[in-house]
Design a protein around this ligand. Structure first.
Ligand SMILES: Nc1ncnc2c1ncn2[C@@H]1O[C@H](COP(=O)(O)OP(=O)(O)OP(=O)(O)O)[C@@H](O)[C@H]1O
Ligand SMILES: [Mg+2]
Length: 345
């Protein structure tokens, strides 16, 4: 998907006011010998049931850290504050035992290149049997469910007795996805699940994923740096920069009317391979800030073409912009704050 302009259509947004996952003021640090890395800085985000939310941003901005925080899988990181409410319970406060029960069955994560998670010494069939048995879900209908899922993911059931190395990378990734869907999770965190694959395989898998998400009525956080994938599969997009969510809105609005200067730069950096476009591909000069020593004001100020001195002093708060959808459009930029907007010319 990376090399083409996304074919953007208005993915219909679930009209559902129920809050399914509610992240409030999440702060996550990685303490290191060189100092404290603030990977997630005061992030608030909520998802409705059946919604597919794209979490987008360049490498190191904190996307996976949010995913690991939800699943209680932060290895070296510490949740300093905030809450993550799922099905009425705060996951941050949950015991390891309780969260382990949710993992895999209620909340599942597909990792980037997660095909490496397949055990090379186990036949594919054993992966399915063990996954179901580990969650006490094995029953008389299990083989039918497994075969049905494999079929949906275009893997012949005759390959069940093969070993992972006998499959291509794309097929292995589809086996991992079948394993994930088998437990019928309610919330799926998909962390760059197609990135390691070539463009055509990626497009096919994305189509299958989109169909399965709809069929299983899954709520999904889709982590990616690929805006083409975002346009294809998400209802809503959250743009992350240096640990902060700087803009959230429905996918159509984010592509058509991006408000944050960082989002605008990301959108204009999408390569357009169509011959009629003579638009020069742009890039964003500079580098993200050192998360061991985050800037005082706006995290994007140093790279922002609209920056004024106020931006380096004042941390922008979330501003609600006019929106044609029920899910709204929010941006963190002083340009949109009535208190400061007249200072930008
Ligand atoms: N174990 C760790 N120890 C110290 N710092 C870490 C650790 N894991 C992640 N970080 C830092 O936290 C920040 C966020 O990392 P994270 O993996 O969440 O980013 P990401 O947006 O998922 O990046 P990518 O797109 O490359 O996967 C980065 O600056 C990273 O260097
Ligand atoms: Mg990551």
């Amino acid at each position: 998907m990376t090399n083409s302009t996304p074919s953007l259509e208005k993915n219909s947004i679930p009209n559902n006011q129920d809050c399914f996952l509610d992240i409030q003021n999440l702060i996550v640090d990685y303490p290191t010998s060189d100092g404290n890395v603030r990977a997630v800085n005061n992030v608030s985000l909520s998802l409705q049931k059946g919604e597919v939310l794209g979490l987008v941003g360049e490498s190191g901005c904190g996307k996976s850290t949010i995913g690991f925080s939800i699943l209680g899988l932060l290895k070296d990181g510490i949740i300093r504050s905030g809450q993550i409410v799922f099905a009425g319970r705060d996951l941050v406060k949950m015991s390891e035992e309780d969260i382990q029960r949710l993992r895999g069955s209620d909340i599942s994560m597909v990792f980037q290149a997660s095909q490496n998670a397949l055990n090379p010494l186990q036949k594919v069939s054993n992966h399915f049997i063990e996954t179901l048995k580990a969650h006490n879900r094995w029953n008389d209908n299990s083989w039918d469910a497994i075969k049905n899922l494999l079929n949906r993911l275009e893997i012949s059931e005759s390959r069940l007795e093969d070993y992972p190395f006998q499959f291509s990378g794309g097929m292995q990734q589809r086996i991992v996805i079948a394993l994930t869907f088998l437990l019928n999770p309610k919330l799926l965190i998909a962390d760059e699940p197609t990135t390691a694959l070539d463009v055509l395989v990626q497009a096919r898998l994305l189509k299958l994923l989109k169909e399965l998400i709809k069929e299983f009525n899954l709520t999904v956080i889709y982590i990616t740096h690929d805006l083409g994938v975002v346009a294809e599969i998400t209802h809503r997009v959250a743009i992350m920069y240096a640990g902060n969510i700087v803009e959230v809105g429905d996918t159509f609005t984010i592509f058509e009317r991006p408000a944050h200067p960082y989002t605008q730069a990301l959108i204009s950096a999408i390569p357009n391979v169509k011959a009629e476009s003579k638009k020069k591909m742009s890039f964003i000069p500079g580098r993200p800030p050192d998360l061991r020593n985050p800037p005082k004001g706006c995290c994007f100020a140093d790279r922002c073409p609209f920056m004024i001195s106020l931006c380096q002093e004042n941390e922008p708060k979330s501003i609600s912009l006019p929106s044609h959808t029920n899910i709204g459009h929010y941006v963190k930029c002083l340009k949109y704050d009535d208190k400061y907007s007249n200072r930008f010319e």
